[in-house]
Design a protein around this ligand. Structure first.
Ligand code: AFP
Length: 331
């Protein structure tokens, strides 16, 4: 028989080797339990009538699905019982959720990202970033920039894959086994060979991107395969494995100016910073619309938005040149 190393065994070893506390393990156990619980509900979503709308809108003004509510309830429950979390920021809650003043961590999460896939039972993400409270001196700010996260991860539900990045310790992928354990830690490094690199963006928006980005796409699209699932965790999972770039540029040239999103669409704390952190541990890079590193962006609010270009360094560096040009003519 062949037995695999579990995620908990991997993390225990990691903590011990770095002389770290058990608190992080308890938090990780809570997040992993939440993900398995969400996965369970998602798999039976259609049969149990849970794939429809809940009848409310969230803080972003978007329709909330019943599954969004279920995933939020599950995650908050597990974070509470861990007793290790001070505050949580969730896509599903306008206000920052106070959990336990004696906790040690801040968790920023989207329990079910990629809602348009929910009615079809197609992949969605459970994405999270973790920061630790200041252990010396006063707590300055519980809304941390990505560079101050200590870990970030994404479960692609219901595919049984989990990617976890640990500060200065790499990005790792795990798979769910038949006993519902995440096993087989596998180091993820973006491939340097361009052979399988892919581009991923919502092509329906391309004429609304800045002229620099439109030109870049025109000059580069034929060199790479193109894939788009519509759920960041699933699309970025491919980018990490195959190399290339995922982007969600700012919308600045929409024919209906009211639909412009100069600040970008994705949420900084639980989408852009999460994948930027993972990507950096996998040897890649992530920038915003002005070419600024996503990891350096200090959030001003829990639900701040951001444009995002993330993936293999040569592509991210290359598109930075196009972002720097104010508004060149489309070629
Ligand atoms: P929802 O959770 O509101 O569906 O948003 C998902 C998401 O934030 C991200 O996961 C996708 O990459 C992106 O939006 C898809 O957006 P488009 O539907 O505009 O392509």
């Amino acid at each position: 028989m062949h037995f695999e190393e579990t995620v908990m065994g991997f993390l225990l070893d990691h903590q011990e080797r770095h002389h770290r506390t058990h608190h992080f393990l308890i938090l990780m156990d809570a997040l992993i339990s939440a993900a398995k619980h969400i996965e369970h509900f998602y798999l039976t979503g259609a049969l149990k009538g849970n794939t429809g709308l809940a009848g409310s809108v969230n803080v972003q003004g978007e329709d909330v699905f019943r599954m969004d509510q279920i995933a939020q309830e599950i995650t908050i429950h597990h974070l509470r019982t861990s007793r290790r979390v001070i505050y949580a920021v969730s896509e599903e809650s306008e206000e920052i959720v106070p959990i336990n003043p004696d906790g040690r961590y801040f968790v920023y999460f989207d329990p079910l990202d990629g809602s348009s896939n929910v009615p079809h039972g197609l992949p969605v993400g459970f994405m999270f970033g973790v920061a630790r409270k200041s252990l010396e001196g006063e707590e300055d700010n519980h809304l941390r920039a990505g560079k101050d996260y200590i870990a970030a991860g994404m479960f692609v539900i219901p595919t049984g894959t989990f990617t976890l990045a640990l500060k200065d310790a790499g990005a790792w992928r795990f798979h769910l086994d038949e006993t519902m354990e995440f096993v087989r830690p596998t180091r993820i490094l973006l491939p340097e060979n361009r052979k399988n690199w892919e581009l991923s963006f919502n092509s329906a928006n391309r004429h609304a991107y800045s002229k620099g980005v439109q030109n870049w796409i025109t000059n580069n699209e034929s060199k790479y395969a193109f894939r788009y699932i519509g759920a960041l965790a699933a699309d970025f999972h491919r980018t990490l494995s195959n190399g290339g770039m995922f982007m969600y540029p700012a919308i600045v040239n929409h024919p209906d100016p009211r639909k412009n999103r100069p600040e970008g669409k994705l949420r900084l704390m639980y989408e852009a910073s999460v994948v930027a952190f993972i990507c950096s541990e996998a040897g890649g890079a992530a920038i915003g619309e002005t070419g600024n590193p996503i990891l350096n962006v200090q959030p001003k609010g829990p639900h701040q938005r951001s444009a995002l270009y993330v993936g293999s360094k040569p592509l991210v560096e290359d598109i930075t040149q196009s972002l720097a040009i104010p508004n060149p003519p489309v070629q």
